[in-house]
Design a protein around this ligand. Structure first.
Ligand code: UTP
Length: 274
């Protein structure tokens, strides 16, 4: 039912300069795998086969990553190193990758709008690869796709955040509906801690119904003169229904150096145990 996943990956990744001067942030690896590959694997687990990636200038490494590298394949074929490429090779063969470029970085909402020709008129997932998630028993996107079957409306993934750091996120005002599920009545982007309507912060996983595109077209630039996805989802919430879903699992903010290091340590230690 959810067949496509949009990956906005056009941002400059300034928090990782100088590393991101020539390399997309989404290609930075946690252990030996780039962030965006974790995201694609999560989408595949959710039953999604089309990966629609919003890129920008200097992001060609993403397209090369999800392609065959003839020289490399030729070089290691038949050697003891061939297994190192097996995982990415079968991933590339199991889905379709489509791309479009966002020419001007006018915010996450604008990046999603840029993806309209890749998505068309159907509900879709959005995954921000710099939010690395590990689901408790199934992946976060799969949990959300299952919830979409029941409610058939836009869904935002949220997590509980304590203290002042709530002001780094979009925050929902919401009423409980069932365990871990809330109906959203309002949303605020990066509120002052005292003005946050709840401690439920939006993270980089969404299911969106396609009316979001028309709403985005009519959404004026908000905070930082960017078209905010939060503002458009807020309009959906006011006109109909939007759900906030407190996902089961962990999330690492790999868009920040601190979160990136935390994720690296977590996956490294986990691999040692397994
Ligand atoms: P961020 O603000 O976290 O990413 O945007 P950034 O701008 O790349 O990083 P910093 O803040 O400069 O370090 C969240 C997501 O939205 C995408 C980014 O690529 C990231 O995945 N994005 C943001 C776009 O695709 N286009 C935009 O215009 C803005």
């Amino acid at each position: 039912m959810i067949r496509k996943c949009l990956f906005p990956a056009a941002g400059y990744g300034t928090r990782f300069l100088p590393a991101t001067k020539a390399i997309p942030k989404e290609m930075l690896p946690i252990l030996n795998k780039p962030l965006i590959q974790y995201g694609v694997e999560e989408a595949i687990e959710a039953g999604i086969k089309t990966m629609a990636i919003i890129t920008g200038r200097g992001k060609r490494a993403i397209e090369d990553h999800f392609d065959i590298s003839y020289e490399l394949e030729h070089q290691i074929k038949g050697t003891s190193k061939e297994y190192l490429l097996n995982e990415i090779r079968s991933l590339v063969e199991s889905c379709v990758f489509t791309y479009t470029r966002q020419r001007e970085m006018r915010g996450l909402g604008h990046a999603v709008l840029t993806g309209e020709p890749l998505i068309g008129n159907e509900p879709f997932a959005v995954l921000l690869a710099d939010d690395l998630c590990e689901g408790e028993s199934v992946g976060v996107l799969k949990q959300m796709v299952e919830l979409y079957r029941k409610y058939r409306c836009s869904i935002v993934a949220v997590m509980e955040v304590e203290g002042d750091s709530i002001s780094k996120y979009g925050v929902v005002e919401a009423k409980p509906l069932e365990e871990g599920v809330y109906v959203v009545s309002d949303m605020v982007e990066k509120p002052e801690p005292a003005e946050a309507p709840s401690n439920l912060a939006i993270i980089g996983r969404y299911i969106l119904t396609p009316d979001i595109f028309e709403i985005l077209q009519n959404t004026p630039p908000g905070k930082n003169k960017e078209i905010q996805l939060t503002d458009a989802i807020r309009t959906q919430a006011k006109n109909g229904m939007v759900i906030a879903y407190r996902f089961r699992g962990k999330r690492f903010d790999c868009g920040s150096v601190e979160g990136f290091v935390e994720a690296t340590n977590y996956f490294y230690n986990k691999n040692l145990v397994n």
